[in-house]
Design a protein around this ligand. Structure first.
Ligand code: NAD
Length: 477
């Protein structure tokens, strides 16, 4: 059934969609809702509305404290509507309800954190060596923000952009992914209810090649905040040559998890399994490369195999389900291709590598022993439930393998040796190192990648500064 019709939110109103496309429930493969396909003209209207709201109207003169109060209200509304938002995200992306509920539970915290910072990012007075001149540095909102997010964790990935952008006084046009936009379009109703002036927050969805490109290259946009894949990021960087917008990029990963023989192997095994199989592996921080010390490799793999095979795969809306489908058929086709290539080369299948019976885009939790080889499953970001295993003998080898990737988003180290933990944390090329834990996040802590994993940071105090620019004011006294 495709009775549900979602709408774009532009200039404080929900538009009746002119063009629509079907959204598919990944657990059945059937269309369940129609989504608005924003045209370039819709994007232009949204950006013009955001530009008007920035230049005139109540937002321009609203105090930082008042902006913070609106953000608190938005955070509270997300918390109050968490159940409905979680159900929609699960329906539209296939991410299990247990995970969407858990993630949305802390999305509100991100809004509240940036709400608190709204009136705390201060300018400065500079004591220049000229007695007749008084110099102050004002921190002003950078301008209209174009934000683009992928389909996984859209409410969370939007909060880390909307929170600091609005706290800084910017206005924003946010593009939901064409795959699974329902939760963000529903979230737009909460933006309206919170009482943001028209044009301050605009939320739409459509396709990357027209809507996304127009949004990120528009001449009135001064800031682009992107989360998605590296090839899209390159296209965006080429397009921002048009507007010279300040751009941050949160991209993919091939994150290593290093397990030393002296680690608590049971808790390491739980973390490795959750690190790769949560969200069906469709997470930028998925711990997709296991580097395990050779002396414990067989024992550790046996534990992983047992745990992977015990994962309950099924209906994502069922709270007892532990792993759902992939979000798109395209994604499953890609994973099957890379797994087949890896097994045809030197890879040894430990478990999985199959589609469970039935409809929907399901794929079994898969572990491949890569031997010593540079297999496609070791190199490529699969964005699926596939763990590649490599063995090491020394700490130096573990470090070299961990850094043997063009990516550098997240990493994990499991050891009971404090010195080893510190050395690995210092020397791993990644924006996040988790030691004896995996996947912990907080609004207080910056997040972002090294190398091909991105540019800039989201979260924490730093992020709000990236939505401001300084103005130096010289006054002849
Ligand atoms: P994608 O790059 O295909 O799409 C992301 C968004 O970009 C979508 O909204 C899409 O419509 C838009 N887009 C596509 N082409 C565009 C263009 N030319 N100009 C402007 N916008 C365009 O990514 P995806 O497949 O939806 O998501 C998976 C990727 O996202 C993975 O690589 C994953 O690691 C990454 N990701 C990174 C983080 C992070 O925080 N680092 C978080 C989640 C996902």
């Amino acid at each position: 059934m495709t009775d549900a019709v979602f709408r774009n939110f532009i200039d404080g109103r929900f538009d009746e969609p002119f063009a629509t496309f079907d959204s598919v429930d990944p657990s059945t493969g059937a269309a369940w809702a129609r989504m608005p396909a924003a045209s370039e003209a819709d994007v232009d209207r949204a950006i013009e509305a955001a530009h008007r709201a920035l230049r005139s109207g109540p937002w321009r003169t609203m105090t930082a404290t008042a902006r913070g109060k609106l953000l608190v209200k938005l955070g509270d509304l997300v918390a109050a509507n968490a159940g409905r938002l979680a159900e929609l995200e699960t329906r539209d992306t296939g991410k299990i309800i247990r995970e969407t509920r858990a993630q949305i539970a802390y999305v509100g915290d991100y809004y509240r954190y940036y709400a608190g910072l709204a009136d705390k990012h201060e300018g400065a007075h500079v004591p220049v060596d000229k007695s007749d001149l008084d110099v102050t540095i004002r921190r002003e909102p950078i301008g209209v923000v174009a934000a683009v997010v992928p389909w996984n964790s859209q409410l969370f990935l939007s909060a880390v952009k909307l929170g600091p952008a609005l706290a800084a006084g910017c206005t924003i046009v946010l593009k939901a992914s064409e795959d699974g936009p329902a939760p963000l379009l529903a979230f737009a109703e909460l933006v309206q209810e919170a009482g943001f002036p028209p044009g301050v927050v605009n939320i739409l969805t459509g396709f990357g090649h027209d809507c996304g490109r127009r949004l990120t290259s528009h001449p009135l946009v001064s800031r682009v905040a992107f989360t998605g894949g590296p090839s899209t990021a390159r296209d965006i960087v080429r397009n921002t040559a048009e507007n010279l917008a300040y751009t941050t990029l949160e991209l993919g990963g091939k994150s290593p998890v290093v397990v030393f023989a002296d680690a608590d192997l049971d808790s390491a095994a739980n973390a490795v399994v959750a690190g790769i199989f949560a969200a069906t592996g469709q997470s930028c921080v998925a711990g997709s490369r296991l580097l395990v010390e050779r002396s414990v490799k067989d024992e550790f793999l046996a534990r992983l195999k047992r745990k992977a095979e015990a994962i309950r795969i099924g209906d994502p809306q069922d709270p007892t389900t532990e792993m759902g489908p992939l979000a798109t058929l395209r994604q499953r086709d890609w994973i099957e291709k890379v797994v087949a290539e890896s097994l045809a080369s030197d890879g040894t299948l430990i478990t999985g590598g199959t589609r469970p019976a039935g409809s929907g885009f399901y794929y079994a939790p898969t572990i491949i022993d890569a031997g010593g080889s540079d297999l496609p499953c070791v190199r490529e970001e699969l964005f699926g439930p596939v763990l590649s295993v490599l063995a090491f003998d020394t700490e130096a080898q573990a470090l070299a393998l961990a850094n043997d990737t063009p990516f550098g988003l997240a990493s994990g180290v499991f050891t009971s040796n404090l010195g080893k933990a510190h050395r690995m944390a210092r020397d791993i090329h990644a924006g996040v190192v988790w030691v004896n834990t995996y996947r912990a996040v907080s609004p207080l802590v910056p997040f972002g990648g090294y190398g091909q994993s991105g540019l800039g940071r989201e979260g924490g105090l730093e992020a709000i500064r990236d939505y401001t620019r300084s103005k130096s004011v010289w006054i002849n006294t």
